[in-house]
Ligand binder design. Sequence first.
Ligand code: THU
Length: 133
Amino acid sequence: MMRASLDREALIRAAAAAREFAYAPYSGYEVGAALWAASGRVYVGCNVENAVYPLSMCAERAAVFSAVSDGQREFDAVAVVTENGGAPCGSCRQVLREFGTGMVVLIADVEGNYREMTVGELLPDSFSVADLA
Ligand code: THU
């Protein structure tokens, strides 16, 4: 099957667009994420906060859960956009890692500046299904 090759700028634009929907009235820190599935489809997420603070959900996990709920399990890349180019939190790193250490991670700010690494670099020596054996 023809596999659409990763378009980094497009993925970052999709994450920035999702960030516009961020619901972050408590922290004021708006986050958008976009996942490039192996199917070529893109899935987005934004952070969704709650008056019961711990119930808040991060943008990256919202994107992963949306993609998996649509039958996707293979991902080439994820882009995360914040005002200042902040890195994904530890919980999101672990959730991304479930789907492979080779996934490209693009950490961008609202200007479109970004740095690139892999999930394995973001979460070294991680726990995985292999540890459950
Ligand atoms: N947040 C994310 O959406 N992703 C991250 O990886 C870091 C933090 C959100 C959670 C909360 O709504 C706000 O940013 C401040 O922590």
